[in-house]
Design a protein around this ligand. Structure first.
Ligand SMILES: [Zn+2]
Length: 462
């Protein structure tokens, strides 16, 4: 049974930051104390002086090897989870996305098989893309397999999106089964209408993408999703919130006592819609994602909402596609471009650099956003998301001063570009433990496909 002592680190706890030692035995943390002396039979001693120690990151929203009409996303479960570990994320939550009429359980089995090569621990959300005779029974079976969250789309009505009636019925079902409903809140019909209108006017270039999904639309869909969740008496998790309108709707609902959780992503905090204009050395199609990047005024609102605890999780919506693929479809028209960007590797250093180092959020808030809160919301806590005796030994020994520059050439993510190209980062993982094993050290990943395990999850409403 390997025993490892991490000595004299600055441990970021749930409500405070303190100096201390951490003893790991096998896959678990066995002690966290100011000073652990007399630990014998150690296999390894890590001197963490000058380093901060976080619980391993939990990214609650990624899409590895996602099949879309525009192609398969370029990171598979192995390459994407390797990049996650290299960036301090030790748990990812991905999605099962059955087609309409397809059995949820068959789709779950297929997705679990694909995910088996993951290097980091993983859980799955179920997507419900239609309501059939078997949906209730199948969701109950999924719940027994530890799928305690389901994703719905109000956008993409023609393929995977739900109408209001089905959305309400699913909210009811989810409440009965103790499953958290997640929603992609953009109004599908309005988006389709604007897309058609722009294309009819010959506005096919990437620069028109944001005009087909303006911020008011997100505001409307967030508001309506919240209203429907209230009617159904169900908690609601809103993925990738991008706008002032979205934040305002969530703020109002939370002030009303409704359980509404907001998520945002680094791209919406750090990149703005000017990227769609392209320019020298910049490929506008690389930035096509849905919802789109917004104006800078929205970024300031998102940052405030993070600091205030109104937006409670930072995910990535990691879903990269090769640039040639994006550009090939961009040449047809902007509506066909594979939507999404990578980021699972850079989530922690981006929020650390632009949130913690710039003084916008505290270290405790940082850990809450990237690890503790998603672990709690998605039923992984206290196994994940906290540095505590009995928890899995998922730990990041973080060098607060190391400098790096994001580049496509230097990333672990399997993609030929990154939307954060040239970003200068401060802070990064020196050493990452996943269930007691040093999986990232000296800029190398020391884990093989299959090291990650499936995490069944529960859900506690409220
Ligand atoms: Zn997504």
């Amino acid at each position: 049974m390997p025993r490892i002592l991490i000595r004299a680190g600055t441990i970021v706890g749930e409500s405070r930051v303190f100096q201390g030692d951490i003893l790991i035995a096998d896959e678990k943390i066995v002690a966290v104390e100011k000073k652990i002396s007399g630990a014998n039979g150690l296999d390894r001693l890590v001197d963490a002086a000058g380093c901060e120690i976080f619980p391993g990151g939990v990214d609650p929203h990624v899409h590895m090897e996602l099949e879309t009409p525009a192609g398969i996303s370029s990171d598979d479960f192995a390459s994407g989870s390797r990049a996650a570990l290299a960036g301090g994320t030790t748990t990812i939550l991905d999605f099962v996305t059955p087609g309409r009429g397809e059995s949820l359980l068959a789709a779950l089995a297929a997705r679990k098989a694909a995910a088996r090569k993951s290097l980091c621990d993983y859980g799955l959300h179920m997507s419900v893309t239609s309501l059939g005779r078997d949906t209730a029974d199948e969701l109950a079976s999924c719940r027994r397999e530890g799928i305690a969250s389901l994703k719905t789309y109000l956008a993409y009505k023609k393929t995977i999106g739900l109408d209001d009636g089905d959305f309400l019925a699913i909210l009811d079902l989810a409440r009965q089964l103790n499953i958290l409903v997640m929603v992609h809140a953009e109004p599908g019909d309005m988006v389709s209408y604007l897309q058609k209108k722009l294309l009819a006017q010959g506005k096919t270039a990437v620069q028109f993408h944001p005009q087909s999904r303006p911020a008011e639309l997100e505001g409307d869909a967030v508001q309506r999703a919240i209203l429907m969740a209230r009617l159904a008496g169900s908690p609601l998790y809103i993925v990738h919130v991008t706008s002032r309108q979205g934040v305002e709707a969530i703020t109002a609902a939370r002030q009303n006592g409704q359980v509404v959780i907001g998520e945002t992503c680094p791209q919406y905090l750090l990149l703005d819609e000017s990227r769609y204009l392209g320019g020298p050395g910049s490929d506008a199609a690389a930035f096509v994602m849905s919802p789109p990047l917004r104006g800078r005024e929205h970024q300031a609102v998102l940052w405030e909402a993070l600091a205030a605890g109104i937006i409670q999780t930072l995910a990535t919506d990691h879903c990269p596609f090769m640039l040639a693929e994006k550009n090939r479809l961009a040449a047809l028209d902007f509506t066909r471009i594979a939507s999404g960007c990578g980021g699972v590797e850079h989530r922690l250093p981006l929020l650390y650099t632009f949130g913690v180092k710039s003084g916008k959020i505290s270290l405790v808030r940082f850990v809450d956003l990237v690890s503790a809160r998603p672990a709690k919301i998605f039923g992984l806590y206290p196994r994940k998301g906290v540095i505590r005796a009995g928890s899995d030994a998922d730990l990041v020994v973080w060098d607060p001063d190391v400098k790096s520059t994001v580049s496509a050439a230097g990333q672990w993510q399997r993609c030929d570009h990154t939307v954060y190209q040239g970003f200068e980062l401060r802070g990064g993982p020196r050493l990452v433990f996943s269930r007691g094993r040093a999986v990232f050290e000296d800029n190398k990943v020391h884990a093989d496909p299959g090291w990650g395990i499936y995490l069944p999850r529960g859900f506690q409403p409220g």
